[in-house]
Design a protein around this ligand. Structure first.
Ligand SMILES: [Zn+2]
Length: 249
């Protein structure tokens, strides 16, 4: 298999525009474009994939990217169907994210880490699942004694942590080193595939450290504040907390 193209979403979350060359085009039900490097995030870990556009400067032709995803380790771009004139192998394209949407997702994702960190630190509750849209998110916990009063306290504590202007760091560690970190795997089930050699971690310095593949802002101040917009029981033990960014734009 040819090696995957460069994937900037994991090393530089703020990269949102790049010039790249088309390595492959597949015209099936959806038109799939593979580039030699990309800034698109393929989705995963509850964070939806990026949207955006591809522009061929040579003739000004452009295509909307409605989603990105990973196929055999390669991040691919799915362009709107019904296009009978897709880009060609060898074309040089400008790949641009819908940056406003991605940045809101980065802030939302980082807010979820702050929530997860607070709930673990203050109540020892494990995460069982989560999902997000730009500006809103939910997270499920194994949290039998959650109540409305606790939720108010959690909202206040998360906002205190976000306002503390904590740096958010990305690290890639050898597997053994990563697994030596206590509590690194905060989900109830260890979702990391067998056999992977390196573990990417996201640290909100002083609050939270997790294995994670998504995109995040560099400092909690960029998140602003959050509101807890709801909570539900999903059973005796499993509880869901919904949050929204105070300022999603
Ligand atoms: Zn994350």
């Amino acid at each position: 298999m040819t090696p995957a193209g460069e994937q900037f979403c994991y090393s530089d979350a703020y990269a949102h525009s790049i010039e790249a060359r088309v390595r492959a085009v597949d015209t099936g039900d959806a038109v799939i474009v593979v580039l030699d490097r990309t800034v698109f995030y393929p989705g995963g870990g509850g964070q939806p994939s990026d949207r955006g556009s591809l522009l061929r400067a040579a003739d000004g032709r452009s295509w909307m990217v409605r989603a990105a995803r990973k196929i055999d380790g390669e991040i691919v771009h799915e362009i709107e169907p019904g296009d009978d004139d897709p880009p060609a192998v060898g074309d040089v394209l400008q790949a641009d994210l819908d940056w406003a949407r991605r940045l809101t997702l980065m802030r939302t994702h980082t807010a979820l880490h702050a929530l997860c960190g607070v709930v673990w630190r203050d109540y020892g509750a494990l995460v069982t699942g989560g999902n997000m849209e730009p500006g809103t998110a939910r997270m499920d916990f194994e949290f039998e004694r959650m109540s409305g009063d606790l939720v108010d306290a959690i909202e206040a504590a998360v906002n205190t942590e976000l306002a503390a202007q904590r740096d958010v760091r990305v690290n890639v560690l050898p597997r053994d080193e990563a697994f030596a970190i206590p509590d690194l795997i905060r989900t109830k089930v260890n979702l990391l595939p067998e056999g992977i050699e390196e573990i990417r971690t996201i640290e909100i310095v002083g609050l939270d450290l997790q294995a994670d593949g998504g995109t995040h802002v560099a400092n909690t101040r960029e998140v602003g504040g959050i509101r807890v917009t709801g909570y539900e029981s999903k059973g005796r033990i499993n509880k869901r907390i919904r949050i929204a960014l105070e300022d999603p734009a």
